[in-house]
Design a protein around this ligand. Structure first.
Ligand SMILES: *Cc1c(COP(=O)(O)O)cnc(C)c1O
Length: 356
């Protein structure tokens, strides 16, 4: 246990942006949560302090060997003025699973959850209220030993920073065009694809950059061995609606288990839809499209929530869905999840936690 949480507030508050000006990830609030770790001592010096730069040595291990993990969750302001967070404990528990894979120390979820709630209550005036905007919460841990030579670091630092955000994609809820990647791969079984670790993104940037140059918003990854089975989208899990069934690839060792994915499966089951977690080959999707049974494709992730897909391009073969419009299940899921998040629909799964 890191002991007491110390709090040092700044008197120099920043100006808050207007909701309609918000984009994703460019503005940070006045304060952050920080805590240090040293082998033999555990986590210590837990503190809330002004957001700002910190001292690092160029030899800091995270720069060289990439021992870094992160999370991304959201806090909301409801219509009646309450402040809530979506499934915070589940995200912190996932952080511990990522830590384990990356040989990093686990956190005391109870303590960090309490510290996060304190930070949110200090920063609550930063939480926007318009639909589509929220306060993005970014916890992360980096290896801090000043050391060259590969081994797990003996010291780490955890931060939680906060950013008021609008839609993740400039398209908002509008459908996105996706490039099916058949050269580059993101991850393979046995690798680190199941961990929310920075290196997965480092590995993905080249493909995303090239897809964007060709006019696509995201990349759909295929499996790293055969380039045949569908894995996930850059920052999202992927779902298909084929012949009235919802299908998504299983969590079998190379993809990230999204909280939004889990919430979508829960909801679709609750609605009595048939949901299958099973391997899907890219050519099956094209066959379903030819047969006319492919109804919808959508991505799921905390940042965009539900992102309908309007088209896929796989080696020049193009599928267009719903005439470029969002499908009915995508719309229904988006409305239901955001309805629960903004407090307009009863929270029957106990997903929202209120901040005092
Ligand atoms: C974070 C992330 C997701 C989405 O997970 P959520 O918990 O729903 O936000 C999907 N894929 C990858 C690679 C991710 O890093």
């Amino acid at each position: 246990m890191p002991g007491e949480l110390s709090i040092n507030l700044t008197g120099n508050l920043k100006e808050k942006p207007r909701d309609e000006k918000l984009v994703f990830g460019t503005i940070f609030t006045d304060h952050m949560f920080v805590m240090d770790y040293e082998e033999g001592k555990g986590w210590y010096n837990a503190r809330i302090e002004p957001y700002g730069p910190f001292y690092v040595e160029p030899s800091m291990m995270v720069f060289h060997y990439g021992q870094a993990i992160f999370e991304g969750m959201k806090a909301y302001r409801t219509k009646d003025g309450r402040v809530t967070v979506f499934r915070p404990r589940s995200y912190l528990e996932r952080m511990n699973r990522s830590a384990d894979r990356m040989c990093m120390p686990s956190i005391d979820v109870y303590f960090v959850h309490k510290a996060l709630k304190k930070l949110l209550s200090i920063e609550k005036d930063w939480i926007p209220s318009s639909i589509g905007s929220s306060l993005y919460i970014r916890p992360f841990i980096v290896a801090t030993d000043p050391h060259l030579g590969v081994r797990p670091s003996y010291t780490y630092r955890l931060f939680i920073i906060l950013s008021p955000v609008g839609a993740y994609y400039p398209e908002g809820f509008k459908p996105v065009k996706i490039w099916v990647e058949s050269d580059y791969v993101r991850s393979v079984k046995g690798g680190v694809g199941t961990a929310k670790t920075s290196g997965n993104y480092a590995a993905s940037i080249r493909a995303l950059f090239e897809a964007k140059k060709r006019g696509f918003t995201e990349v759909l990854w295929l499996d790293g061995v055969e380039r045949k089975y569908i894995e996930e989208v850059g920052t999202m899990n992927i779902f298909f609606k084929i012949a009235d069934r919802i299908v998504t690839p299983p969590l079998d060792g190379s993809i990230l288990g999204g909280m939004t994915r889990d919430s979508v499966i829960t909801l679709a089951n609750d609605w009595g839809m048939e949901v299958r977690e099973e391997k899907l080959a890219i050519d099956e999707i094209y066959e379903a499209s030819d047969k006319g049974t492919l109804q919808e494709i959508f991505g799921t992730g905390t940042a965009a929530v539900i992102s309908p897909v309007s088209s896929l391009n796989w080696d020049g073969k193009v599928i267009t869905l719903n005439g470029g419009h969002a499908g009915e299940t995508s719309v229904r899921l988006y409305d239901e999840i955001t309805g629960i998040q903004y407090g307009n629909i009863p929270d029957r799964f106990d997903w929202m936690e209120e901040i005092e």
